[in-house]
Design a protein around this ligand. Structure first.
Ligand SMILES: Nc1ncnc2c1ncn2[C@@H]1O[C@H](COP(=O)(O)OP(=O)(O)O)[C@@H](O)[C@H]1O
Ligand SMILES: [Mg+2]
Length: 261
């Protein structure tokens, strides 16, 4: 695959922390990933295995101890901080808890307008209202709800707002870290369907993180299985799910309740 077809690549990525005893340990221990443009990579592993630490490094929110992060072949780890900031908009995040990640004092309109202005600083008036409406409809929300506040929506609707906010700056990569883990099972499938539809229609590239292999299998093109900071298995989603090679992947499969689709 040519370099331009790979949106994101990590090479031998490492992040060390100190544990409460003052000993250094590797939360992320030499991770190689690549995410082709327009595809979804599912990253799965039990709680504490290093998924969020990996995603914070990819987001440029946490510096790696060593290793490299490449965006369309450009080595971000080698860039000065000022240049890295230029790429911040290229990465957008969707978190587990949409209520905590949305500002309770901002209407949907202000939240989405602020996100749109990051990429289009002069957008306002009719063109802003149109763009906000389009974004809301894209994520399955009626545009007439744009002047409402987060607490006026259900959990699933709030996650739709968070997804619209992530789409607004036209990012190159969306990182969704456990985006359905806090939702009721019936709502989980609706949000997964929405993300699948967005990938199909917009060609989104996504790193989708979950502790639940059945959720990851539903959405991802490829799956990487993480255990204690390392990738222990990696392959096409169907193969990893139906014919896991690694013993740990098999245990993950046994541990999770299957959700019905
Ligand atoms: N800022 C930090 N300082 C020290 N240890 C951390 C920090 N962030 C995460 N860790 C530790 O790194 C490990 C991986 O955490 P995390 O990446 O959040 O895992 P996951 O998202 O897979 O649940 C855990 O042992 C966690 O306690
Ligand atoms: Mg996490």
């Amino acid at each position: 695959m040519s370099q331009s077809e790979i949106m994101l690549e990590t090479r031998a990525l490492v992040r060390e922390f100190k544990n409460p005893h003052g000993d250094t340990f590797r939360a992320v221990d030499g991770v190689d990933l690549d995410i082709p443009k327009g595809s979804i990579l599912g990253l799965v592993g039990e709680s504490g295995c290093g998924k969020s630490t990996l995603s914070r490094m990819v987001m440029q929110l946490l510096p790696p101890t060593s290793g490299e992060i490449l965006l369309q072949g450009e080595n971000l780890t080698a860039l000065p901080a000022r240049e890295v900031r230029r790429h911040r908009l290229d990465f957008q995040m969707v978190f587990q808890d949409p209520y905590a990640s949305l500002n309770p004092r901002m209407t949907v309109f202000s939240t989405l307008a602020e996100a749109l202005r990051q990429r289009h600083p002069r957008m306002r008036g009719d063109s802003m209202a149109r763009s906000v409406s389009e974004l809301m409809e894209r994520v399955g929300l009626a545009a007439r709800l744009m002047h409402k506040y987060p607490h006026e929506f259900s959990g699933g609707q709030r996650q739709r707002i968070a997804i619209a906010r992530a789409l607004a700056p036209e990012p190159k990569l969306i990182i969704a870290d456990e985006p359905v883990s806090a939702l009721d099972v019936s709502i989980q499938s609706q949000i997964l369907n929405l993300l699948a539809g967005l990938q199909r229609d917009l060609g989104l590239t996504m790193l989708f993180i979950s502790h639940d292999l059945s959720v990851v299998h539903y959405l991802a093109d490829r799956i990487s299985v993480m255990y204690r900071g390392r990738i222990v298995e990696n392959g096409p989603a169907g193969e990893v799910f139906h014919h896991p090679c690694d013993e740990y992947t098999q245990r993950l499969l046994d541990a999770v309740p299957r959700i019905a689709h």
